[in-house]
Design a protein around this ligand. Structure first.
Ligand code: PRT
Ligand code: ZN
Length: 300
């Protein structure tokens, strides 16, 4: 039995594109867990947090119904569910606490390369196949276009060649699938990534405190993903140029160098990717002994 008053229950995808990222994120937040023998629950050992492993499509309802306090799922699934739940009455079924910056993809129209339909406007009176009927119907309604939305639960990209649709609307990440099926990528209607959902129900204070802590840790994990700690020796006169060259850096720490009046040691946390070009540019303005090291944890 899981203690519902004090232990947080978080639903994540059991097996799919978001699984490894989601487990990795929780581990980076310090969670150690053991997996139950049925493989459906992971029990947190050092935090009052248990993970439920489920199909991603089930996560919005589990959070809405307060079976789970939190859920990690793609915005595409969230929006489809939210529009579907609207028929059950007013009030938000869940809230989005944070975007997680993984699982990026876009929900796009795809038009048969040689077909007559090449834009949303030309979809009027035509059929569009999708696994996201609520999101697509909502978009078409707002655009004032009357088209038939045909629901497909998988393999949406073959609908036009089967003669079942004149266009599709599906998730794209690299664009390879659409191209392979001779579809031209059209308008994007949703930019998606993994997000954390929270139940609409009040959460007991002790539990809420741990949720706040988890969110702060997640923010820290996301911040350090690209962050680097950079150390170098540089001419005092180049300090202004160094700040300009390092994207996302805060005020540098400047330290004296023994026996040198013209040069200082500069330490900077840089929150964006540091490219070789940046290091070469630093060298060209007189920096030397440049060291770039990864940042493991950061608490802002
Ligand atoms: O079993 P379960 O229901 O849990 O998993 P699932 O099969 O429904 O989902 P899964 O694991 O495929 O995807 C989980 C989530 O990953 C999705 O809900 C999205 O939020 C996100 N995601 C990111 C993607 C993609 N990228 C993606 N490319 N989901 C699906 N695709 C598919 C897309 O449907 C199309 O078939 O990949 C194909 C297109 O990819 P490209 O690279 O060829 O453009
Ligand atoms: Zn799914």
């Amino acid at each position: 039995m899981i203690d519902k008053e004090t232990r947080i229950k978080i639903a994540i995808q059991k097996s799919g594109r978001l699984t490894d990222h989601s487990l990795d994120l929780l581990q980076r937040c310090g969670l150690k867990y053991t997996r139950a023998r049925d493989q459906l629950i992971c029990f947190g050992e050092n935090m009052p947090l248990d993970i439920l492993l489920v199909r991603d499509d089930d996560i919005p309802a589990l959070v809405r119904d307060d079976v789970c306090d939190l859920g990690v799922v793609g915005l595409n699934i969230v929006e489809e569910a939210r529009l579907g739940f609207q028929d059950n009455g007013p009030g938000e079924p869940f809230s989005i606490l944070q975007r997680l910056d993984y699982g990026h993809c876009r929900l796009c129209f795809g038009y048969p390369e040689d077909g007559p339909v090449q834009t949303v406007a030309e979809l009027a009176g035509q059929r569009v196949a999708t696994s996201y009927p609520n999101v697509v119907a909502d978009y078409l309604r707002r655009e004032g276009i009357a088209a038939d939305v045909v629901e497909f639960s998988g393999a949406v990209e073959i609908a036009p060649s089967l003669g079942r649709a004149d266009a599709i609307c599906d998730l794209v990440s690299t664009g390879t699938t659409m191209k392979a099926h001779k579809l031209r990528e059209g308008e994007t209607i949703l930019d998606s990534e993994a997000v954390i959902l929270r139940t609409p129900v009040d959460i007991p204070p002790a539990k809420q405190e741990w949720i706040d802590r988890l969110l702060q840790r997640i923010e820290g994990v996301m911040q350090v993903r690209e962050s680097k700690y950079i150390m170098m020796h540089a001419p005092k006169s180049a300090l202004g140029q160094i700040s300009e060259l390092l994207p996302g850096s805060e005020a540098p720490t400047v330290l004296p160098l023994e026996g040198r009046d013209d040069k200082v040691a500069v330490h900077v946390v840089c929150r964006e990717t540091v490219f070789w070009e940046t290091l070469e540019n630093l060298k060209s303005i007189g920096a030397s002994s440049v060291l770039v090291v990864p940042v493991e944890k950061m608490l802002a």
